[in-house]
Design a protein around this ligand. Structure first.
Ligand SMILES: Cc1cc2nc3c(=O)[nH]c(=O)nc-3n(C[C@H](O)[C@H](O)[C@H](O)COP(=O)(O)OP(=O)(O)OC[C@H]3O[C@@H](n4cnc5c(N)ncnc54)[C@H](O)[C@@H]3O)c2cc1C
Length: 444
């Protein structure tokens, strides 16, 4: 008999997963708590746009979604750093032609929902997952407008309901289910740089802009309409924190001092600052990611992370692809497949979380450090000369499908090695020499 699957959550990962499961020929019903995206106006909240990289593209390609998404993607080939004097410095992300891509969250979600529906998935909006009975396969949803409750029975419940997953919360009440959550001390707020009157971008378009400021930072990603979405990541409390910004004067003073080149680009800065929310960020861990052959977690529900590597969605898309491969391998046997899914994906969930925390320090602090930029130049040169011996950490994460856990381990070894290279006394003068390349060869 054809298996029927219920998915809680029609966000980015739930919608892509629905498409994957329909392509396998399962009956798929998706229940989403929000209003139908197609009928609502998008407001500031959880990141307006996101960076899509190779893992995301690989998963989209496998189900034929990459072409549609390609139409809304803006390549970003480099980081452009802005210092407090308004000087700009760039750093390429990879080899010439390699880029990460800025996409609108809402448009990407719409494309995936529509493709899932076109392929036969049923999507029910305003349905909030309330309760799960893992033994019977019953899931109860409540209509968010009418309060009406519906219980559906399915062979499999996929929890794609994000960082505060109701499905995961039910799992954590089971015996021996591991769970932890850690909120970092920083929050974030989005601000919009509008387009020029002729619709062009006010900053260089094909780049991710960063204002690194030590313990905090601001970044900006381009949108198709010529605007930029900025995200200020700052501590909630203490010096130069959100708690110090209470009125227009505070905000003007803060931006003039810390991000002076940004002030003329956002005419309604204070209005935006006080009308857009300040949101928190957390790392959530759980194990296992399945209950027998009855339920699995996917995307943020399984491994919510802080956004500093731009990998949360990419990791969730990768979950969909790997799940599909495992279903092939296990001939659609849910029980054996899900056991392996938990075992294989959990270290990678941990890996993407470790990488994300690490990259916060790189972005907010190291990108303003000339020694770090020199280190990256040396690594890039060595990687070009010996591509089979060295793939830079950023490239392993963003331009390959190497498992995150492996990228993290190799990256930490590389870092240790680079420390001894950077400690060479005259490295500023000798970095471009064959001697340094040979030293690196010797250390590998
Ligand atoms: C500021 C910021 C910037 C980011 N930038 C990037 C980036 O550049 N690149 C990247 O790869 N990732 C990025 N991420 C991470 C990315 O947003 C997430 O990893 C991604 O959205 C996860 O998708 P998801 O479908 O698992 O969860 P979500 O996108 O959270 O979707 C979950 C869905 O489930 C629904 N839902 C919730 N509870 C229930 C319930 N009880 N019943 C039914 N439905 C429910 C929600 O309404 C939502 O539609 C960023 C995150 C933030 C916060």
């Amino acid at each position: 008999m054809k298996k029927n699957i219920t998915i809680a959550g029609a966000g980015l990962v739930g919608s892509l997963c629905a498409l994957y499961m329909r392509k396998r020929g399962f009956d798929v019903s998706v229940y989403e708590r929000r209003d139908d995206l197609r009928l609502t106006e998008i407001t500031a909240g959880k990141s307006i746009n996101l960076a899509l990289s190779v893992r995301g593209w690989t998963a989209l390609k496998k189900v034929g979604a990459a072409e549609n998404v390609g139409k809304i993607a803006i390549p970003m080939y480099k980081r452009v750093m802005h210092d407090t004097e308004g000087n700009l410095y760039d750093q390429a992300y990879g080899n010439p032609g390699q880029a990460i891509y800025s996409v609108s969250r809402a448009n990407l979600n719409l494309i995936l929902m529509e493709m899932a529906e076109k392929n036969g998935a049923k999507i029910h909006c305003n349905q909030k997952c309330l309760d799960v009975d893992f033994s019977s396969g019953d899931t109860t949803f409540e209509h968010t407008k009418t309060g009406e409750k519906t219980t559906v029975n399915s062979d499999l419940l996929i929890g794609a309901d994000g960082a505060f997953s109701a499905v995961r919360s039910k799992m954590t009440r089971r015996n021996r289910q591991q769970y932890s959550q850690h909120f970092i001390e920083h929050g974030y707020k989005e601000l919009l740089i509008p387009a020029n009157e002729d619709g062009t971008h006010k900053l260089e378009k094909n780049a991710l802009h960063i204002w690194p400021r030590g313990n905090f930072m601001l970044i900006a990603l381009p949108n198709l309409d010529g605007s930029y979405t900025c995200t200020l990541f700052a501590p909630y409390e203490g010096e130069e924190s959100f708690e110090e910004l209470n009125n227009n004067e505070d905000v003007k003073k803060y931006f003039k001092k810390i991000f002076p080149d940004l002030v003329p680009l956002i005419p309604d800065l204070c209005e935006q600052f006080f009308s857009n929310p300040t949101s928190s960020m957390a790392i959530m861990r759980t194990y296992p990611w399945h209950v027998d052959d009855k339920s699995i977690l996917i995307g943020d529900a399984a491994h919510a992370t802080v956004p500093f590597y731009g990998q949360g969605m990419n990791a969730g898309f990768e979950d969909c692809r790997i799940l599909d491969e495992l279903l092939d391998k296990h001939n659609n046997n849910f029980k054996t497949c899900f056991k392996e899914y938990s075992q294989v994906r959990k270290p990678n969930g941990d890996g993407v979380q470790d990488l994300s925390m690490h990259n916060f320090i790189v972005m907010r602090d190291k990108t303003a450090d000339t020694k770090f930029l020199l280190q990256k130049k040396i690594e890039q040169k060595f990687a070009q000369q010996y591509p089979e011996k060295w793939v830079p950490l950023y490239s392993m994460v963003s331009f390959s499908n190497i498992p995150y856990s492996e990228a993290w381990q190799v990256g930490m070894k590389q870092e240790k090695m680079m420390q001894s290279i950077m400690n060479i006394s005259n490295i500023n003068e000798t970095w471009d020499s064959e001697e340094i390349m040979e030293k690196m060869l010797g250390l590998i």
